[in-house]
Ligand binder design. Structure first.
Ligand code: MSP
Length: 528
């Protein structure tokens, strides 16, 4: 197997490009952890992968934030973009591209794309009247605002009345084409609840939307009329395209689109669904480009049951969380405890209980006790056994696990992937208690002891392997204690070192492999 099997279809996936109006919060970390886990899984499968993340740096919101801080917008953006990169490193996120919308090469892509859409006759000058929420960077219908024209997503900010000349994109022209596309590609918008939301929105009739602003400097000028600045969303969505350029490429659309386009999957939060599932495909249709494979809109996180936000004063700092508990713990909690697609909550007690129950106890303690027994009863090597019967409880569960987990990952059902894996660890604990190898040992039944220990060691290995996209460091630690000199954490070498086709199967541990001295792989969290 080569590092990536080029006979398999490639996989390009994006997180949103995050606004740099403040340091990253846990909402941005959530999407990025999910996309990282998915990309690791696809790499294990041997698909050539490209994971894109980055920052969205233009627009009024950023310009004002920089001004309030007394910094130039660019200095402000540089600082916040660096804090995202720092968080990704702490969370063990292995992205391939970090797309910044203030990059000069991005301007070339935006201009070329704008030109294509303009040549298509899809841009015209008009008058925009309406309420603008700077927090959302979006015009709002009056009926969507709270009393006093406050936006429900940014209740501490008043939407601002605008009456100005803007360039418009002819979204209305694409109504039928979009509807036909949704019908022909039911998988395009996921999960189903989001798809229904989009279908209902589009069926009400699409209106053209403005793609330029006046009285705003922080952005790219409209090529044909530099008094206007290109609307931040028009610019930001194209950040996905710019990200596809190789570092040495000339920044042309042709180069950007030559290798990885169309992107397979955009993972986003539900609040930016319309931009990705309606506006973006219409823009691409206008430019004559194929559409991305899927748009998946996940839910929102709350903290201790309350909506999280700066205005609520209850944000959850992901850096503090990782510093306290480590990357694997944070990744595991959010991907296991919240069904991807639905809203979910962070509660400190629940967080600690989950990690202790699943990783410290069900998995970590299992590894530890089994390695101790192997040391005592089997000379600290993987015992040599004959073929276990097909109806062996652990073998049976383990044999189907690779496929079950693959289906879950393919559907972004991270929680289901964790639950399936954990079920094998739980069954292994029960199996050990029932089979009591310590008693068999005293009885002198060495063959039974070895069969029991082999089955549990192999189960532990399999659980660690299939969980590795989510908890790469923990899985590597387990593999190493099982005597493998393999790294399940470095995405670049996954396909060559630990391919799914082999390691997600039952029966990979080979007889006589030397085991390491057991040391706790995930210590229990003690809360004062
Ligand atoms: N800049 C745009 C995206 C442009 S993509 C071309 C943007 N940025 S954002 O920083 O405001 O939001 C980024 C993502 O974080 C969105 O997908 C949003 O849904 C997500 N979240 C923000 N708060 C969240 C929670 N409380 N919970 C989960 N995700 C949340 O929008």
């Amino acid at each position: 197997m080569t590092a990536a099997d080029h006979s398999l279809p490639s996989f390009a996936v994006t997180t949103p490009l995050y606004y740099v109006n403040g340091v990253p919060h846990v909402g941005s970390a959530y999407t990025t952890m999910a996309v990282d886990a998915l990309t690791r899984y696809q790499s294990l499968r041997g698909r050539p992968c490209l994971m894109i993340t980055g920052t969205d740096e233009h627009g009024q919101k950023i310009e004002r934030t920089a001004l309030e801080r007394g910094l130039s917008p660019q200095d402000h953006c540089d600082e916040i973009a660096a804090s995202y990169q720092d968080l990704w490193q702490r969370l063990n996120i292995q992205y391939d591209r970090f797309s910044r919308t203030t990059a000069p090469r991005h301007q070339a892509i935006v201009e070329a794309f704008y030109q294509r859409v303009e040549n298509q006759g899809d841009i015209y000058l008009g008058q925009q009247k309406g309420y603008y929420c700077v927090g959302c960077e979006e015009f709002k219908e009056e009926r969507d605002l709270l009393e006093n024209q406050h936006c429900p997503l940014h209740p501490n900010q008043k939407a601002e009345w605008r009456d100005e000349e803007n360039y418009f994109f002819r979204l209305s022209k694409y109504q039928e084409q979009l509807e036909a596309y949704y019908a022909e590609h039911p998988e395009f918008i996921q999960p189903d609840s989001r798809r229904n939301e989009v279908l209902s929105f589009v069926s009400q009739g699409l209106q053209d939307f403005s793609i330029s602003r006046v009285n705003l400097d922080w952005g790219f000028p409209v090529p044909s009329n530099p008094k206007h600045t290109i609307y931040v969303w028009f610019d930001a969505l194209l950040g996905y395209v710019t990200a596809l350029l190789e570092p040495e490429d000339e920044p042309t659309l042709e180069n950007a689109l030559s290798k990885w386009w169309p992107i397979n999957l955009h993972v986003i939060g539900k609040d930016i669904l319309r931009f990705h599932a309606v506006y973006w495909p219409a823009m691409l249709m206008s430019a004559g480009l194929p559409l991305p494979g899927r748009v998946f809109g996940h839910g929102f996180l709350t903290k201790e049951g309350r909506k999280m936000g700066k205005s609520q004063g209850n944000t959850l700092d992901p850096v503090a969380l990782v510093d306290e508990f480590g990357a694997d713990a944070v990744r595991y909690y959010f991907l296991k405890e919240i069904e991807f697609g639905r809203d979910g909550d962070f509660g400190r007690t629940r967080f600690i209980n989950t990690l202790n129950a699943d990783l410290a106890n069900d998995l970590g303690n299992l590894v530890n006790r089994t390695l101790n027994m192997a040391k005592r009863y089997c000379q600290q090597v993987v015992p040599e056994i004959g073929v276990l019967p097909e109806d062996h409880i652990l073998k049976q569960m383990g044999t189907g696990l690779g496929d079950r987990v693959a289906t879950a990952y393919d559907n972004l059902a991270f929680s289901a992937a964790c639950t399936s894996a954990l079920a094998l660890a739980q069954a292994s604990n029960k199996f050990l208690d029932q089979e009591a190898p310590w008693t068999r040992y005293k009885e002198g039944n060495q063959q039974a002891v070895e069969e029991i220990i082999y089955a549990v060691l192999e189960s532990v290995r399999l659980v660690a392997y299939v969980l590795s996209p989510i908890v790469p460091t923990l899985s590597t630690r387990i593999y190493q204690q099982l005597g493998f000199e393999l790294n399940l954490s470095d995405r670049a070498t996954l396909a060559s070192q630990v391919p799914y086709a082999i390691h997600a199967q039952w029966g990979v541990l080979s007889a006589h492999q030397a085991l390491q001295n057991p040391t706790p792989v995930f210590p229990k969290i003690e809360e004062d």
